[in-house]
Write a protein that binds this ligand. Structure first.
Ligand SMILES: Nc1ncnc2c1ncn2[C@@H]1O[C@H](COP(=O)(O)OP(=O)(O)OP(=O)(O)O)[C@@H](O)[C@H]1O
Ligand SMILES: [Mg+2]
Length: 378
């Protein structure tokens, strides 16, 4: 049985990854040159997948890469543990070296090495008292630089889902990271995450410790050219022809959003295979769209239910109107949205929920299929 070549919802790599050549080059160059980066983008634009590619490139240059996923960092203790074990698991170089440094740095830790696993697994058990954790954390912040020096290599540390630290300890972690960032000579850092408004507050507010702590990089959607070529090739590999016209219709519908384009193509491919079609037709796009809406109906219902009053009115107005400036008097009056300040409050809520996002300068509904769903219920 053939496997669907359009993948969504997980990190994509190898033949599942499209384009981004310019981005890969720029980010690799910056990081190899010791520039730290803050990557901003709306959700599901492909930050994590892109950064995995960049780390592959950096490793080719003998740079040690550490990927730290902070999503599970629900306590400070977990944060410390994740940080230590991510560094210990940096693939390049000898594992023993790194483990030895960690042992020297934070002596009474239990260390379980599971080399029998494909990815060398390491678990660190740090002592649990609050002071111990703070003391360990302080030392851990220095670990990347120590490892870099010991290995005589450059190091890149990628913090993904970095906004999670704001839920842990006020601004203490931010302050500590900032001071290390300035001292570290052999390490560059990447800060990124899926909640842009929190990262914005952290890196663009003058009063926060990490204000402008790196070069901002705004990741946009894939270009039409990159996506067209990818879609064409992926269908072709399974003997299906997708014409230029059909592909531009697909991309017009998804507006080149990486995740939603893959989601739609995934359904189109399913249809073509089950009906043994050799060509993608316009009607397939329509049918696939219906299928996506059907699959997502439950999720969309709960997204809709999570809004009320003016938030819901705004979401609805944005779905049915072409107006780009949602704060304009005309728009607010036509859809009875109230004063600008009321709209601003609704925007803040909807953005926090991830239902709308700022794309260049305008707010849009994040999920084009959700927009279609809203249009239909009214
Ligand atoms: N370069 C790409 N080529 C093809 N598909 C991509 C690409 N980048 C992203 N995608 C699609 O988008 C989905 C989300 O990618 P990824 O998880 O890397 O994004 P993200 O920005 O890290 O998301 P989140 O904001 O949820 O952390 C992938 O599963 C894939 O379907
Ligand atoms: Mg991600």
């Amino acid at each position: 049985m053939k496997t669907n070549p359009f993948v969504f919802g997980t990190v994509v790599s190898d033949e599942n990854f499209a384009g981004r050549e310019n981005e890969i080059n720029e980010l690799t160059r910056d990081l190899a040159g010791k520039t730290s980066l803050i990557i901003f983008s709306p959700r599901r634009y492909g930050k994590t997948s892109l950064m995995f590619k960049v780390m592959d490139e950096l490793r080719k240059q003998d740079i040690v890469c550490v990927y730290v996923d902070l999503y599970p960092a629900v306590t400070k203790e977990k944060f410390a543990n994740i940080l230590a074990s991510s560094i210990a698991q940096a693939k390049s170089g000898k594992l023993d070296d790194i483990v030895q440094i960690i042992k020297e740095l934070i002596p009474p830790i239990k260390l379980t090495v599971r080399p029998e696993e494909v990815d060398v697994g390491i678990e660190l058990e740090l002592s649990k008292g609050k002071e111990d954790i703070d003391a360990n954390l302080t030392k851990l912040y220095d670990l990347p630089e120590r490892v870099a020096k010991k290995m005589k290599k450059k190091l890149v540390v990628v913090f993904d889902e970095f906004q999670e630290i704001t839920k842990l300890d006020g601004q203490e972690i931010e302050t500590n990271i900032r001071s290390k960032l300035q001292q570290h000579k052999n390490v560059s850092y990447v800060f990124m995450g899926s909640q842009r408004h929190l990262l914005n507050q952290m890196f663009n507010d003058k009063n926060r410790p990490l204000y402008r702590a790196g070069k901002p990089f705004n990741l946009s959607r894939l270009s039409e050219d990159e996506f067209s070529q990818f879609i064409k090739e992926r269908f072709k590999a399974d003997g299906i022809n997708a014409s230029k016209e059909v592909i531009s219709q697909i991309l017009a519908l998804t507006q080149c959003h990486p995740y939603y384009t893959q989601q739609l193509c995934h359904e189109i491919w399913n249809q073509c295979i089950s009906q043994e079609k050799k060509n993608v037709e316009e009607s397939d796009i329509e049918q696939a769209k219906e299928q996506v809406l059907k699959n997502q109906n439950y999720a969309y219902t709960s997204m809709w239910d999570s809004t009320k009053g003016k938030q819901r009115a705004l979401l609805h107005a944005m779905a049915i109107s072409d107006e780009k400036n949602i704060f304009s008097t005309d728009f607010r009056e036509k859809y009875r949205l109230g004063a600008s300040s009321t709209v601003a409050r609704a925007v803040e809520y909807l953005e926090k929920k991830g239902l709308i996002e700022k794309d260049s300068s305008d707010y849009v509904i994040s999920d084009a299929f959700f927009q279609e769903w809203i249009k239909r219920i009214s």
